[in-house]
Design a protein around this ligand. Structure first.
Ligand SMILES: C/C=C/C(=O)SCCNC(=O)CCNC(=O)[C@H](O)C(C)(C)COP(=O)(O)OP(=O)(O)OC[C@H]1O[C@@H](n2cnc3c(N)ncnc32)[C@H](O)[C@@H]1OP(=O)(O)O
Length: 233
């Protein structure tokens, strides 16, 4: 079983309980008097389908009626556990959830594919574009790393790939690159990491670092696992 006490109302306690599958009595139970009495709020089988492996329940830090259950899918209820909606993610088997105690729209969820950050689950899409009409992103300032040796260059590429490019590519919210001018080097690679690209009539794209003998380091040439699976670059 898993248990969660509401941070908003400590009398409200949720318990997620597995039962013998033949009897099918498992589900989510709630107590409104700090555990003295209990009633079942949901027998939805999705809530306990991974109980043989793990079982997790979390209550929102700001709203006692918002409850999360992590199972093969991640599920969210806004009515105290009666009805459930599935959260989208990059992978199944959700294991852990952190909700910012000061901002309940800021969460980190962990599944078998890694960790995901969600600032706002009501955001339907993200558009990245340049400020003004000249450039989407003109790329890195090469003078900042012109003196790097091979291992420092490798480290820069690996870190940038992980911090920004993989992060963008793995967001569950669709990200659109509105390319409104120069998209050069890392700027073009940023557009490539987005899920969709729309080019304006003044868009100019290129990898000028190759003229200096530098291999573009953020996935445009070699891609990552997702690209190998989907062949979409
Ligand atoms: C690991 C990642 C690697 C990479 O990203 S490699 C790719 C790096 N990017 C580039 O090589 C592009 C360099 N920039 C250019 O080729 C040109 O610029 C443009 C084609 C984008 C625009 O040309 P124009 O219209 O003639 O403008 P301007 O006078 O060259 O630039 C205006 C101001 O913008 C600064 N600037 C331009 N690109 C960058 C950059 N990539 N990083 C930092 N600053 C940049 C300039 O220095 C200048 O500044 P000031 O007005 O103070 O002289």
């Amino acid at each position: 079983m898993a248990i969660s006490v509401s941070p908003v109302n400590s009398n409200k306690v949720f318990a997620l309980i597995e039962s013998d599958s033949d009897q099918d009595k498992g589900g989510l139970f709630v107590s409104n008097n700090a555990g003295k009495t209990w009633s079942m709020v949901s027998g939805d089988n999705r809530l306990v389908q991974r109980a043989w492996y793990y079982i997790e329940v979390f209550t929102d830090p700001k709203d006692e009626d918002i409850v999360y259950v992590l199972s093969a899918p991640a599920l969210r209820s806004e009515d105290g556990g009666k009805t459930w909606k599935r959260l989208t993610g990059t992978h199944g088997d959700f294991h852990d959830l952190w909700i910012n105690p000061d901002n309940n729209k800021n969460m980190v969820i962990a599944n078998d594919g890694g960790a995901e950050l969600d600032e706002d689950n009501e955001t339907k899409a993200i558009i990245i574009t340049g400020n003004g009409e000249k450039a989407f992103v003109a790329g890195a300032d090469i003078s900042e790393f012109a003196h790097f040796d091979v291992s420092q260059g490798g480290e820069l590429a690996a870190k940038g790939q992980e911090l920004l490019f993989d992060f963008v590519e793995n967001l569950s919210t669709p990200v659109i690159a509105a390319v409104n001018g120069f998209a050069l080097g890392g700027g073009l690679e940023l557009a490539m990491a987005c899920h969709f690209r729309v080019a304006g009539v003044n868009a100019k794209m290129g990898l000028p670092e190759t003229t200096l003998g530098l291999i573009p380091g953020y996935g445009s040439c070699h891609g990552n696992d997702t690209d190998r699976k989907h062949g979409d670059r």
